[in-house]
Design a protein around this ligand. Structure first.
Ligand code: NAD
Length: 262
């Protein structure tokens, strides 16, 4: 019996990176999971089946597109219909685009605000009635160091992540007496396939070694000069789901190797 046995977790953007680590951590603690995100159907099915096989829980896949409010509500409904409840909601799906503000493509701005910010509102809106009714819930939003500080050329991402931090605080206050907590986790640079794939190109374009790319480009802002791992972020989320974290709500929790201390 894991600490989350009998509970159900919905994790958006869990076909890759940090989201997949969350889903596997919750499953490892005994929760049934709803996974979500894009990818090749065969790859997604492999991850879904591996969660069931590795942890002896049930996992279902929702193809909901985080730009579509009705599909997000459908994802929460799928969890409730399949498992009877959605106890844990992790709003994690996210994309990035980098451009000077005056050239920032309007469609990219709209997509980032929709996926990185509004999707969390729609998911919370759909999941809260059930959590209130049952008198227990955990809402965790993946924010970013960029919910606390800015970097140039990331106007949409920084705006969305600051927005997520504000949404987190508001929802926490509204649900404070319902035993439903709402927090955001703010990672610095996390070692995901997405980050790893950028290294060879940067080595070529800047004529740098792998170590120089990691330390002087990627980890320039991260004092430890080490990446956060998806598993460390997931372990933090798992702690937030436990009884020991019942009084942690409305918090913006950094896991960023000291980035935002500087
Ligand atoms: P990733 O690209 O590995 O995963 C993103 C996930 O979101 C994927 O499963 C993808 O399919 C899904 N997704 C994208 N658009 C979607 C849509 N429209 N509908 C449904 N799913 C969609 O990236 P990651 O690094 O694991 O990032 C996860 C979260 O962590 C994001 O919110 C990101 O902003 C945040 N974050 C990442 C880092 C980092 O360094 N990697 C740092 C801070 C915060």
């Amino acid at each position: 019996m894991g600490t989350l046995s009998g509970k159900t977790a919905v994790v958006t953007g869990s076909t890759s990176g940090i989201g997949l680590a969350y889903a596997r951590a919750f499953a490892g603690a005994g929760a049934n999971v709803v996974i979500n995100g894009f990818g090749a159907p065969a790859d997604i099915e492999k991850e879904r089946a591996a969660i069931e096989k590795d942890f002896g829980v049930k996992a279902v896949y929702s193809p909901a597109d985080m730009t579509k409010p009705d599909e997000i509500a459908g994802m929460v409904a799928l969890g409730e219909k399949t498992f009877g409840a959605v106890d844990i909601l992790v709003n994690n799906a996210g994309i990035q685009f980098v451009s000077p503000v005056e050239e920032f493509p309007i469609d990219k701005w709209n997509a980032i605000i929709a996926i990185n910010l509004s999707s969390a509102f729609h998911g919370i809106r759909a999941a809260v009635p059930g959590m209130k009714k049952r008198g227990w819930g955990r809402i965790i939003n993946t924010a970013s160091a960029h919910s606390l500080v800015a970097s140039p050329f990331k106007s949409a991402y920084v705006a969305a992540k600051h927005g997520i931090a504000g949404l987190t605080k508001t929802v926490a206050l509204e649900l404070a007496t319902h035993k439903v907590t709402c927090n955001c986790i703010s990672p610095g640079y996390v070692w995901t396939p997405l980050v790893e794939r950028q290294i060879p190109d940067t080595m070529k374009t800047r004529n740098m070694t792998k170590e120089q790319v990691i330390n002087d480009v990627m980890l320039d802002a991260q004092p430890t000069k080490e990446f956060v791992t998806p598993e460390q972020v997931a372990a933090f989320a798992l702690f937030l789901c436990g009884d020991d974290a019942a009084q942690i709500t409305g918090a913006n929790l950094s896991i960023d190797g000291g980035w935002t201390a500087a």
